[in-house]
Design a protein around this ligand. Structure first.
Ligand SMILES: Cc1ncc(COP(=O)(O)O)c(C=O)c1O
Length: 363
């Protein structure tokens, strides 16, 4: 079967060149006579893979020298708890801005451990915009935000201007465009969108920020454990890290993050321009806050039942045309196209053509 155009929000499409390289190396990585899946994580061969992956990652995101880079398990969701456990430790107060489902989950975890001040929320308008920041606490242990809201389709295009150290979840925005790590104390991302397969979460921590990690934390939940052991305290998600390395090599071969950004801008413009000019489809997200990676859209069909039926029809017909995973998140409905790095400009053109055709037939 021909490969489909996969607009999944995650796990999501990977560059075909990466999948081919992985297939080529499946039975014998680098003349070792073994698959990476079969290798000891303590072997010289695997050590070279994880080191190279870190090196490529640091280059791609321009991670400053004074940051640790960790490859961890437990998904981005585990970071929602690990962050306050390690860093909500001085004033035990932190600021969180609520911009959607993922920041909400982060708030819920943090509230188990300290005093959480909500400095803004866009819940009033179904998370369709980014709220202004009110009453930020300069003495907060940190200020937390979700850089790109995968489900709702909003993105911080500017780093929040606050005094407290910044922590961000960049899972669905990582390597989509240049990003200033140096303005943050902690940055983390699950790999399964722009970086590789599920199973590994990359966490960057400014070295001097680790001073505030308290004694006595469970080993696996203590960032120091993973820093001291270069992400090899226990068996890491070896194969996922290896694929992340292949993705990063591919990004480097293409010309780096700036080249991806240019293509991502073009892709987003194609899709948003279509939605803004359509009489049938529209984007519910405020223009200035729109995500470059996740584009939710709806039809103007007013009757809820008829609208739901149209959404289902759209998703079904799109799938038959080889455009898959276009249903909106179950919590918001409608449709959503995630146009991560592995989706090409040509792929988005095909989607827009399909949208035009669907509009013509159904409007
Ligand atoms: C922005 C964001 N944060 C966190 C998560 C949760 O990631 P995980 O499933 O790796 O825990 C997701 C998953 O889609 C996400 O999009």
């Amino acid at each position: 079967m021909a490969r489909v155009l996969n607009f999944s929000a995650g796990p999501s499409a990977l560059p075909e060149a990466v999948l081919k390289k992985a297939a080529e190396e499946m039975l014998d990585w680098g003349g070792t006579g073994q698959s990476v899946m079969e290798m000891s994580h303590r072997s010289k061969a695997y050590e070279s893979i994880i080191k190279k992956t870190e090196e490529l990652f640091r280059q791609a995101l321009k991670v400053p020298e004074d940051y640790h880079v960790l490859f961890l398990q437990g998904g981005a969701s585990l970071q929602f708890h690990t962050i306050p456990l390690n860093f909500l430790t001085k004033t035990k107060k932190a600021d969180y801005i609520q911009t959607g489902a993922w920041s909400q989950k982060a708030v819920e975890e943090a509230q188990r451990l300290g005093d959480i001040n909500i400095v803004g929320s866009s819940k009033d308008k179904k998370w369709s915009y980014l709220p202004p920041i009110a009453n930020a606490n300069p003495d907060a242990d940190y200020f937390y935000y979700c850089y790109n809201n995968t489900i709702e389709g909003t993105q911080f295009h500017q780093v929040p201007q606050v005094k407290a150290p910044l922590i961000t979840d960049i899972s669905s925005g990582i390597l989509s465009q240049p990003f200033d790590v140096s303005k943050h104390a902690v940055v983390f991302a699950g790999a399964q969108k722009n970086l590789g397969p599920a199973g590994v979460t990359i966490v960057m921590i400014k070295k001097d920020f680790t001073d505030r990690i308290p004694e006595g934390l469970p080993a696996m939940l203590n960032y120091k454990t993973h820093i001291d052991n270069a992400s090899l305290f226990n068996t890491p998600p070896c194969y996922s890290i290896y694929i992340v390395g292949l993705v990063l090599q591919h990004i480097q071969d293409l010309g780096g993050t700036d080249v991806l950004f240019e293509a991502n801008r073009q892709k987003a413009k194609l899709l948003y321009d279509f939605l803004d000019n359509s009489k049938y489809f529209y984007s519910p997200v405020e223009k200035k806050d729109r995500s470059l990676m996740n584009v939710p859209f709806l039809t103007r069909v007013a009757d809820p039942e008829a609208s739901e039926a149209v959404n289902k029809k759209f998703v079904k017909e799109a799938e038959a045309a080889g455009l898959v995973n276009l249903a909106g998140h179950r919590s918001v409905g409608g449709m959503r196209a995630s146009i991560y790095n592995a989706i090409t400009v040509d792929g988005v053109k095909k989607l827009v053509d399909f949208l035009k055709d669907f509009e013509k037939k159904n409007a």
